[in-house]
Design a protein around this ligand. Structure first.
Ligand code: NDP
Length: 225
C-alpha cells in the first residue's frame, strides 16, 4: 500500500484517478483548490482532503507539509490542468502557470518527501495535443485541433518529465496521455473516452512503472518514444 497525492482531484480525471487508487487500497490525498469541494470529494471517496492551488506557492507548501505530517508520499499525480483557447493575455498565461509552473511548484515541494519513499513515482498528465509525433501525423486527431498555448504547455510537461527523470535518478518520473476524455475540459458532450477508462490508464501505468523505465511517455497503456 502506498500514499498518493492527486492534484486537481475535485472532478474529471483527477477525481476518478483518486477513486481508483482508493479502490486499489492506497491512501489518497485529494488535492483541491476549492477546500469545501475537496472535503466533500474526499469524504465520498474515503480519501483525505488537502487544500492545494497549484498556482500558489504558499498553498503548495502548506499542502505538502500536511502530506508529510500525515505520513509521507510515494506517488504524486500531477493532474491539475486547464485549457483555454486564448493565444495571448491573462488566460494564456493562466494555462502556462497552471499546466507547467504548477507541476514545477508541486514537484519541487514533493521531492523531499518522495526521496524518502521506497519506490517513489511521479505521473505527469500530458496530452497528445503536446506531442510532436501526433501533431505531425495527419491521421491523428490531435493534428487537427487548434491548441497553441495548451499544446505548448503539454509539450513542456513532456520535457519536465524527461528533465526531472534525469535530475532525480531515485524517482521514477513518467508522462501519461490519458486519451481524449469526456470531462469538463475534454467536453462531456463531444465524445471522448469515459473518465473511468482514461483514469484506469493512468492508474495502471503508475503501478507498472514502479521499477521504471523513468523519463517515458505513455499513451493508452503503451509506451511511446
Ligand atoms: P477538468 O476540467 O474536468 O478538471 C480539472 C481539474 O483541475 C479540476 O479538479 C480543477 O479544479 C483542477 N484545477 C484547475 N486549476 C487548478 C489549480 N490552479 N490548482 C489546483 N487544481 C486546479 O479536466 P480533466 O479532468 O479533463 O483534465 C485533467 C488533466 O488531464 C489536465 O491536466 C488535462 O490537461 C489532462 N488531459 C485531459 C484530456 C481530456 O480529454 N479531458 C486529454 C488529455 C489530457 P476546480 O474544480 O477547482 O476547477
Amino acid at each position: 500500500m502506498t500514499t498518493a497525492l492527486v492534484t486537481g482531484a475535485t472532478r474529471g480525471l483527477g477525481r476518478e484517478i483518486a477513486r481508483q487508487l482508493v479502490a486499489a487500497g492506497h491512501t489518497v490525498h485529494v488535492g483541491a483548490r476549492d477546500e469545501v469541494r475537496g472535503r466533500a470529494v474526499a469524504e465520498e471517496l474515503g480519501a483525505r482532503a488537502v487544500a492545494l492551488d497549484v498556482t500558489d506557492d504558499a498553498s503548495v507548501a502548506s499542502a505538502l507539509a500536511q502530506v508529510e505530517a500525515e505520513g509521507g508520499l510515494d506517488l504524486l499525480v500531477n493532474n491539475a490542468g486547464i485549457a483555454m483557447a486564448a493565444r495571448n493575455g491573462p488566460d494564456a498565461l493562466a494555462v502556462l502557470d497552471t499546466n507547467v509552473a504548477g507541476i514545477v511548484r508541486v514537484t519541487e515541494a514533493a521531492l523531499p518527501l518522495l526521496r524518502r519513499a521506497a519506490q517513489p513515482v511521479i505521473v505527469n498528465i500530458s496530452s497528445a495535443l503536446g506531442s510532436f509525433a501526433a501533431n505531425h501525423d495527419p491521421a491523428h486527431p490531435a493534428s487537427r485541433v487548434p491548441a497553441i498555448v495548451y499544446g505548448a504547455s503539454k509539450a513542456a510537461v513532456s520535457m519536465l518529465t524527461v528533465q526531472y527523470a534525469r535530475a532525480e535518478p531515485g524517482v521514477v518520473v513518467v508522462a501519461v496521455e490519458p486519451g481524449y476524455t469526456a470531462t469538463g475540459l475534454g467536453g462531456a458532450d463531444h465524445g471522448g473516452r469515459p473518465v473511468e477508462v482514461s483514469a484506469g490508464t493512468v492508474v495502471r501505468v503508475a503501478a507498472r512503472v514502479v521499477h521504471g523505465p523513468t523519463g517515458t511517455f505513455w499513451e493508452e497503456d503503451a509506451e511511446r518514444g
